[in-house]
Ligand binder design. Structure first.
Ligand SMILES: [Zn+2]
Ligand SMILES: [Zn+2]
Length: 338
């Protein structure tokens, strides 16, 4: 149920009407050549049972715009009216190009102010996140910022991890006539949209330090006789993983190699880790083992496990810190009088 129609090829939008002007349109549209924008069929201005204005095909049609639910219509209207009130040029069911052949996207609510283009997509029924991300990329390519409002009935917090590129927010189950709330913010959708358009919604990133450790024992290389540090496990937080058997040592070591890399191991003064195909002293099919810090000679897992089980070694660990960034959307409440 679109909010958009055409008169003489000019777009008109139902959310721009008030009770009086809508009644006036209803009494005059027959002589105005009012048509649908979706398919050029003749259009009728209608008022839903709960008071929303929209356009309908004059003859029952298979046009896809007919399938839109009253809740979708209601939420689009709320967003369009809010954006319009905030001084943005607002269009609904708005395609990237008027020629249907060039259609890449069609925005539920499209807003423009100066050179800034913002789109709001209202997603009440489920779509896979591959589709959401694909649609997001298409908007991004066109230089349009797109934000999503999705019904908590069809989506949950696991659907998309919060991120700056794809602003995706859950709203409470839509009911016509009741402004939904944006979940996690406990703000009404209309206030939230107003906040977004006034830059009161920001992406905040904070660094998080992750500390992990690598376990080793001090040893002497069989080949070069220099002291080296044999790696046999790692851990972080309450989780710890150490070599238990000769084949398992290879698995543990390749895990450490993949999470830290050779450079980091070297900078911590530890042996390196490499794959040696089939050598005596490693289990067949488990080729990873320590490599001497000084001379590069393999220190086999059979040897490693022997040392670990004979108990005459002193084990120790080296800590490793890594900084990652965790972000969230932060909404600042506006001045109630603006
Ligand atoms: Zn149509
Ligand atoms: Zn060596």
């Amino acid at each position: 149920m679109p909010l958009r129609a055409k008169i003489d090829n000019q777009d008109i939008f139902s959310f721009n009407y008030n009770e009086n002007s809508w009644e006036k349109l209803k009494s005059q549209y027959k002589s105005m050549g009012l048509t649908m924008s979706c398919c050029s069929a003749k259009a009728i201005p209608k008022t839903s049972k709960l008071g929303n204005f929209y356009f309908a095909h004059s003859v029952k049609s298979n046009c896809s715009s007919e399938a839109e639910s009253p809740e979708h219509l209601y939420i689009k209207t709320l967003i369009a009216k809010t954006a319009s009130k905030c001084g943005w040029l607002v269009k609904t069911e708005w395609p990237n190009d008027p020629n249907p052949k060039n259609k890449i996207w069609e925005a539920d609510v499209y807003c423009k102010k100066n050179k800034t283009q913002i789109v709001f997509e209202v997603q009440l029924s489920y779509q896979t996140n591959q589709i959401t991300l694909k649609r997001q990329r298409e908007y991004t390519k066109s230089g349009v910022r797109c934000a999503w409002f999705a019904s908590e009935q069809s989506f949950d917090v696991e659907y998309l991890y919060p991120n700056k590129e794809t602003p995706f927010f859950l709203i409470t189950k839509p009911k016509v006539g009741v402004i939904p709330k944006v979940k996690n913010f406990e703000v009404e959708l209309t206030d939230f949209v107003e906040g977004m358009l006034n830059k009161r919604l920001t992406w905040e990133e904070r660094p998080i330090t992750n500390t992990s450790y690598i376990m080793f024992f001090e040893d002497e290389c069989w080949k070069c006789k220099n002291k080296n540090k044999q790696i046999f496990g790692s851990g972080f937080d309450v989780y710890e993983d150490r070599a238990k058997t000769v084949p398992n040592a290879s698995t543990i070591l390749v895990g450490i190699l993949n999470s830290y890399g050779k450079k980091a191991l070297h900078s911590m003064g530890l042996n390196s880790i490499s794959s040696f195909g089939t050598i005596k002293g490693n289990a067949p099919g488990f080729p990873y083992c320590n490599v001497c810090y000084h001379c590069g000679a393999p220190q086999t897992n059979h040897y490693l496990m022997d040392k670990l089980s004979n108990g005459k070694i002193k084990t120790s660990y080296v800590e490793h810190e890594e900084i990652s960034y965790s972000g969230t959307w932060e909404y600042k409440h506006g001045n109630p009088h603006t």
